[in-house]
Design a protein around this ligand. Structure first.
Ligand code: MN
Length: 236
């Protein structure tokens, strides 16, 4: 087979204690999966359930996997926004294909867990929301999904509780707990797999707790989920 031009390289995420890379198939995201964050976004979590949106696979960052634990990834401040927001999230890494997966079997499909930042051009997203337009330019831009190494299930099990935190320049901005997710990890996989055939290589961002806010050029974000992973990103 020949290609008309060199095909793009596949997006990958590093795996803790492994030289193998996790090849990314798709990135799914859950919106408003913590009640307090839904309220800070002006929604009523008792009336509107969480929902899904997507980012392109190559939104993961750093693309250069030589960045390891304890290193800080460097990102350019994105174009076309003056209100870039951080959202720290537990990320599920799927390791096996499945469709219409019962929540009781969902854990069998999980390769591991990471933490990720669902970076958001909030000014654009708010304008798109007002018009009922799709969210892509607000959510699915280049390098909009910084992610830690993936911790395999064999090392971390299946967390149902644990602190989710994010600091900007060492000031605590987001602090929540996995136990406060409206849809649990197995419920997310079960719901999502009714809409899409999940594949090995899918990443699922599971939603953010309250406290989202702006990031400026020069800011350092440190964030994590206890017992899972941490991430450090500086915007230049
Ligand atoms: Mn989010």
């Amino acid at each position: 087979m020949t290609f008309a031009f060199t095909p793009p390289s596949i997006a990958t995420v590093a795996i803790e204690n492994s030289t193998a890379l996790f090849p990314v198939h798709r990135i799914y995201c859950v919106g408003r999966n913590y009640a307090a964050h839904a309220r800070e976004m002006g929604a009523d979590p008792s009336r509107e359930p969480p929902f899904f949106f997507c980012k392109p696979a190559d939104a993961v960052w750093p693309a250069d996997r030589s960045v390891g634990a304890g290193d800080t990834a460097s990102l350019p401040y994105p174009s076309a926004t003056s209100n870039l927001h951080h959202e720290i999230e537990l990320v599920i890494a799927i390791g096996k294909a499945g469709h219409e997966i019962p929540s009781t079997q969902a854990n069998e499909y999980i390769f591991g867990y990471a933490v990720g930042l669902d970076m958001t051009r909030r000014d654009l997203q708010n304008r798109l929301k007002d018009k009922g337009h799709p969210w892509e330019t607000g959510k699915a831009f280049d390098r909009s999904a910084p992610i830690s190494r993936i911790t395999p299930v064999a090392q971390c099990g299946h967390p149902s509780k644990g602190r989710v935190w994010l600091k900007v320049n060492d000031q605590l901005k987001q602090s929540g707990d996995l136990a406060d997710m409206i849809w649990s990890v197995p419920e997310i996989i079960s719901h999502l797999s009714t809409y899409f055939e999940l594949q090995a290589g899918d990443l699922i961002f599971t939603g953010t707790p309250e406290g989202v806010g702006p990031v400026k050029s020069g800011d350092l974000i440190t964030a994590g989920v206890d017992e899972i992973a941490e991430i450090a990103v500086r915007f230049r």
